[in-house]
Design a protein around this ligand. Structure first.
Ligand code: 164
Ligand code: MG
Length: 371
């Protein structure tokens, strides 16, 4: 791939409804779309860093800076990139900043698949034609509100319900959901809101037969999670703690979890995602695809990667209308009554940016032309 130009767009889209999690309330999404141009094709990637550093250390602004000052110059310094896996090692001297890296890693994987005239799913080694999705529900003001929201999404076809929990909004909420909906596929995401002092609370949660509890303890921990996993039956899932294959290797060795939420953005892109997927498969650890309140391009990459064989739980890959009045890609993603999404078999990500909406959502744009 002879890359001629890279275009960064900082985008802003209002969520249909605020999304309340243990670390705050997300009302609008600022994100970055990276376009990587060759003579004949354009590859697209999203940087899903949130506008504030409460999920991880990155923000939309830090990512823009790292892309502008470091990552894009590195890409444009190369005469040619023969395979997208080269990008991961090209970026290795730069510490962390995974979401910034992911935007270009993903865009170059999309470009590669388009040049090879194959779907991104096929380029990655995907084996599924449909992938199972789930719905992530923010913290609700009351139990009644929560039951109504779950009812709405189950009627739309979602089968896996992920609840955000935090101290004071956990046991009673889970109890009410179990009483009202019976043995539905139910999981909880704590976003690091608890400590090992809450170990008895998690032992009590075993009675709910949850699919998993996501990131109960500190965002940078794998040791205490291993102590917790050793005393509860419920599957512990790591999200924020895992940024690389090295993190995954150590967590597997310690027994910190029984599944990993692999967010392409959090681990620096598709190459690292594949490495973590393969390592987990080798160790009998099922994985699933997390989301970052994604818009169309990031969701497209998630659909492709979730078609890999060791993705065994429904992903946070909801339909386009989950967060957005109109997502800015076409076709819009819809789910069927079994909560399944079709994996595109056209070249690349299989979705096109809706250019007429591009300018509506773009708040900043910068072009980088290879000299
Ligand atoms: O993308 C989705 O549909 C849900 C994503 C989701 O639950 C999260 C997005 C971003 C940060 C967190 O609040 C949370 C997560 O930890 O998985
Ligand atoms: Mg999570």
């Amino acid at each position: 791939m002879k890359i001629e130009k890279i275009v960064l767009r900082k985008m802003k889209m209002q969520l249909k409804k605020p999304f309340h999690v243990s670390f705050g309330i997300i009302k609008e999404k600022k994100f970055i779309v990276a376009e990587v141009h060759t003579k004949d094709f354009i590859g697209y990637g999203d940087c899903s860093a949130l506008p504030f550093p409460f999920y991880n250390e990155e923000t939309t602004s830090t990512a823009w800076h790292i892309l502008d000052e470091f990552l894009i110059p590195l890409i444009l310094s190369k005469d040619e990139i023969s395979h997208p896996e080269e990008v991961n090692s090209l970026f290795s001297p730069i510490r962390r900043n995974q979401m910034a890296k992911s935007a270009l890693d993903c865009a170059i994987w999309d470009l590669y698949a388009k040049e090879q005239n194959i779907s991104l799913s096929k380029a990655l080694g995907g084996t599924k034609e449909k992938i199972e999705t789930g719905i992530s529900i923010g913290i609700q003001d009351s139990i009644d509100d929560l039951l109504h929201v779950i009812d709405k999404y189950m009627n739309e076809g979602y089968r896996r319900i992920k609840l955000k929990i935090k101290p004071g909004k956990d046991i009673k909420y889970l109890e009410a959901v179990r009483e009202h909906f019976g043995d539905i596929m139910l999981m909880a995401d704590a976003n690091s809101a608890y400590t090992l002092k809450d170990i008895d609370l998690f032992k009590e949660m075993d009675k709910f037969n949850l699919l998993m509890i996501e990131q109960p303890l500190s965002h940078d921990d794998i040791v205490d999670h291993a102590k917790l996993q050793a005393v509860v039956d419920t599957r512990i899932c790591l999200d924020e703690s895992i940024h690389s294959i090295e993190d995954a290797r150590k967590a597997i060795e310690l027994g910190s979890m029984k599944t990993i939420n692999i967010k392409v953005a959090r681990v620096g892109g598709l190459t690292e995602t594949k490495k973590i997927h393969d390592l987990c498969q080798l160790n009998g650890i099922p994985v699933w695809c997390g989301g970052m309140l994604d818009t169309g391009i990031a969701r497209a990459h998630n659909i492709a990667v979730a078609s890999l064989p060791n993705y065994q739980f429904p992903g946070d890959i909801p339909a386009s209308n989950r967060y957005w009045d109109n997502d800015f890609v076409s076709p819009q993603v819809i789910i069927d009554q079994n909560s399944l999404v079709q994996v595109p078999n056209t070249a690349g990500i299989g979705f096109e940016p809706a250019l007429e909406l591009y300018d509506k959502y773009t708040i900043e744009k910068k072009e980088f032309v290879k000299s």
